[in-house]
Ligand binder design. Structure first.
Ligand SMILES: C[S@@+](CC[C@H](N)C(=O)[O-])C[C@H]1O[C@@H](n2cnc3c(N)ncnc32)[C@H](O)[C@@H]1O
Length: 278
């Protein structure tokens, strides 16, 4: 497993170098929220994926606990909303990218979908796999299948899935537009694309409170549970470089998606981008 993971990470690093050589970072992708910071886990360029891999390898054992604490449990409600909007029918084929410890893939499977979760972090995936094993057969619903893989080079043919989701994942990719293009490619015509992530609220006062929370409080969870404040300060730094709900909606339109919608959660603190592949 270790050797397989190393070979896989080396392949991603090589591919990212190529991608970054050919795609300059667009100005619109870098909406600024605050003055530039430095973060040990955020690096523009060819080493982005390796840094993100290190980060999630480190936080995997505490990931679910910290998620509950830092969101006061609200992430569960936001993910439920994502699944409701996705509305998978029993037997639908569903893919959850950057699946982490498996929350969304497990929920898709509980709705009767034939679900696959894909992630490039071995430690995150092994937690998802054990949760999947525990859930297998409950209510006669099939457990999701969990796969090691890169969201920027999805190992499935075109037009494979009725539903493609990503929750708190697109922002972490070295090239998020490539990730979205891949989601579009593997969705079947009529299939749905859904992206849940941190947002950028329109209201300046509300945005100020929210950014202060991300800057001052969230890193404390990293310090307390992992002895590393940078691990959670990463959220704000990655959001700073990510165009969030409005930029993702624009990119969905450029890809040719239809019925593009933004669902604001908690006045834009979180958001769901939703679209159909024509
Ligand atoms: C913040 S976690 C989100 C986990 C889960 N989706 C959730 O909502 O709780 C981000 C996940 O994205 C994964 N990830 C980041 N870049 C990736 C890539 N290029 N390919 C696949 N997974 C990736 C990380 O390993 C991590 O598990």
């Amino acid at each position: 497993m270790q050797l397989k993971l190393r070979i896989f990470q080396a392949r991603i690093l090589k591919r990212d170098r190529r991608t970054l050589a050919t795609h300059s970072v667009r100005l619109a992708d870098r909406v600024t929220l605050a003055p530039a910071m430095t973060n040990e886990y955020y690096e523009q360029g060819a080493r982005r994926a390796a840094k993100v891999g290190d980060l999630f390898g480190k936080i995997a054992p505490r990931y679910d606990l910290i998620n509950d604490l830092q969101s006061l449990g609200l992430h569960r409600w936001w993910k439920r909303r994502l699944i409701d909007v996705a509305g998978p029918k029993p037997g639908a084929r569903a893919l959850d990218l950057c699946c982490g410890t498996g929350d969304v893939a497990l929920a898709l499977a509980r709705r009767g979908a034939e679900a696959v979760g894909l992630d490039f972090s071995g430690p995150m995936l092994s937690i998802a796999e054990s949760r999947g094993t525990r859930a297998a057969g409950i209510d006669g619903k099939p457990a999701p299948r969990f796969l090691l893989g890169d969201a920027q080079a999805i190992p499935f043919p075109d037009n494979s899935f009725d539903v493609v989701t990503v929750s708190y994942g697109l922002r972490n990719l070295a090239n998020w537009t490539e990730g979205l293009r891949e989601m579009f490619r593997v969705a079947r015509p009529g299939g749905r694309l859904l992206v849940l992530d941190f947002g950028k609220p329109d209201n300046a006062v509300w945005r100020g409170f929210y950014l202060a929370y991300l800057r001052a409080v969230v890193p404390l969870f990293g310090r307390f549970f992992l002895g590393d404040a940078q691990a959670y300060a990463y959220i704000l730094e990655s959001l700073r470089q990510y165009p969030a709900q409005r930029g993702v909606a624009e990119q969905m339109r450029q890809l040719g998606c239809c019925e593009v919608r933004i669902i604001q959660l908690l006045w834009g603190v979180m958001s769901i981008n939703y679209a159909h592949k024509p």
